[in-house]
Write a protein that binds this ligand. Sequence first.
Ligand code: PMT
Length: 399
Amino acid sequence: MKRLSGKHILLGITGGIAAYKAADLARRLREHGAEVRVVMTNGAKEFITPLTLQAVSGNPIHDDLLDTAAEAAMGHIELARWADAAVIAPASADSIARLAQGRADDLLTTLCLATPATILVAPAMNQQMWRDAATQQNIANLQQQGKIILGPAEGEQACGDVGPGRMLEPNDIAIAVAEQFQHQALTGKRVLITAGPTQEAIDPVRYLSNHSSGKMGFALATAAVEAGALVTLIAGPVAEQTPERVTRIDVVSAQQMLDNVIDNISGQDIFISVAAVADYRVAEVATHKIKKSADEMTLSFVKNPDILTEVCQRGDKPFVVGFAAETDNLIEHAKDKLIRKGCDMIVANDVAKQAQGFGSDDNAVTVVTTDAIQDIPLANKQQIARTLIETIAKAIKES
Ligand code: PMT
C-alpha cells in the first residue's frame, strides 16, 4: 500500500542550499501516493526555481500571500485547510525563528498558523548556527507548540564544516511524513461503516435520494485502516474510490443496506453509521415508467427500517457511532438521537452551513456522548475522520 495514498501534503521550502533537495522530496512524497502543493519563500527561489518544483509536484507553486490571482485559484485559508500535513524542508534558522514566534508576514508562516494539520520541520543550516542557544530555544518552542522536528543529520556541510545541521535525506523525510498517518489505536478491531446515500426507486427510471457523496464515510474507512482496523464499508451509490485494504459492498436501497449490515454485523467491534439513509420509500414501485399525463401526481410512502436502531437493539451490539445531520438545535437533536436510538456516540454536523456536511470536502462536527460534548472544528473530512477514529478508540479503551 502506498503509505501516503490520497494524502494532501504541503511542502514549504525556505532559503538554504539544501533547497535543491526539495525537488527530490516532492518526488518521493508523490511516489508514496501523496498529492503535493509547494509553498516557496523568496529565499528558496534563490536556490531552486519555481518551475522545477511545479514540474515535480504537478501543481502550480504558491509563493505570495497577497497575490489575487493565486487567491482566486486556491486562497491561503483554503490551502491551509486542504493540507493533511505540512512539511517544511529545508527549514532555515531564520524560518525556524519566525515560526517559533508565530509570525504571519509571508505565505508560509501564515499557512503554518492557519492550518490544523500536523507540521513537520526539517532544519538545515551551518552546524554552529544549529548549536546556537537562540536556535535551540526556537526548536524547543516549536516542539512545545506540537511541531515535529526531523533531524538534522550530522556530517560534512556545504560550507566545509562538519557537524549537525544537514537536512535529512528526502526519502527519510517522506517516510517520517507517512508515519504521521499510521497509529495502532484500533489494531485487531473490526469496523463496519455505512456511507453515502440510498436510492429509493419510484419506477424503473426514477428514484428518490439525497446529496450525500460518501466522502465522510470513505474518509472514516481510510482513517480506521490507518489505525490498524479491519474495515468493511457498505456504500450507497457514490463516485468515491475504494480506500486500500477496505472490503466494500455496494448497495442501492435502504433495505439492501440493512440486509448487508445484518449479514456482516456479527463479530464487529465498532459500527459507524455515516450513511444518509432515506427515511421513506415509495409504497409501491411502478413496474413500468410512469407516464406524464395528469397535472399533479401523488406518491404514497412507507417508512424505511432504521438500520442504526436495529444494530443498537442487538444482543451482540458493538460500540455504535451514529451521525446526526441537523439544520437547527444541533446538540439537542443529537442528544435525542443518542438516547432514542441507543448509540454510544453521536457525531452531529450542521448541514445548513455552507461548505460543510453534504457533498463538501470539509466538515465541522460535535461528538456527543452521555457524559461529554466535544467540538471538532472545521477541517477537511480526512482530518475530521482521523480525529473521530482517535476519539472512538479512546472511548472504547475507557469503557
Ligand atoms: O457523504 P457526505 O457528502 O460526505 O456527507 C456526510 C453526511 C452529511 C451524510 C454525514 O456527515 C452525516 O451526517 N450522515 C448522517 C446523515 C443522516 O441521515 O442523518 P440522520 O440524522 O437523518 O440520521 C441519524 C442516524 O441514523 C445516522 O447515523 C443515519 O445513518 C442513521 N439512519 C437514519 C435513517 C435510517 N433509516 N437508518 C439509519 O441507520
